[in-house]
Design a protein around this ligand. Sequence first.
Ligand SMILES: Nc1ncnc2c1ncn2[C@@H]1O[C@H](COP(=O)(O)OP(=O)(O)OP(=O)(O)O)[C@@H](O)[C@H]1O
Length: 219
Amino acid sequence: MIRFENVGLRYGMGPEVLRDLNFHIPARSFQFLTGPSGAGKTTLIRLLFLSLKPTRGLVRVFGRDLSTAPKSELPALRRRIGVVFQDFRLLDHLTTYENVALPLRVLEREESGYRHDVVELLRWVGLGERINAYPPVLSGGEKQRVAIARALITQPEVLLADEPTGNVDPPLARRLLRLFIELNRLGTAVVIATHDIGLMDQVDARRLVISDGRLEISE
Ligand SMILES: Nc1ncnc2c1ncn2[C@@H]1O[C@H](COP(=O)(O)OP(=O)(O)OP(=O)(O)O)[C@@H](O)[C@H]1O
């Protein structure tokens, strides 16, 4: 579904942060992306979300070669990928419900067609009671789940999550992990960036390990 061949990335004139990346994210797969702090996990998530362009190599997304795809095609490709950023990026002046519904509003969908789905999804992530709350009054774990729900509302084929358990206590981390596993069981490919070994040990999943800018895969 997403394939990298000999991909390298540098910021500006800096050194190559990532080099010679060769891997594939298959449909319906589940993997962790790991490595020490500063190794390049967030950078790789941004490459996978098409918000960064590689400085060399080939990225193919849903069969399209990014280097030849016109810029106008990027939003449609990106819509097939859900992402949960480390800092959530919620809008403080919108309620939980409105934050999650935002991607659908952007697509100009009718609210009557999606209201039920948004409420159902909020219940699924355990926020049924927080539908009308605003982000500033939510806990870190609640914000995390709003961000997850917003990433999922458009039913993406791939979900990328950057340190999704970084701000939550171990029981909630386990609960979020169960949510990702359930999502994967329903057919979504999942990529979780984390350096939490305890979290990774709970699932028998492929690990993409970045170290010294290169990626090793342990099955
Ligand atoms: N916008 C940027 N401009 C220049 N250098 C950057 C930029 N973003 C990241 N870097 C550098 O790229 C390298 C990888 O950073 P990245 O944030 O991808 O690592 P990470 O593995 O996600 O780290 P952490 O686990 O601490 O979040 C670091 O050396 C960082 O300083």
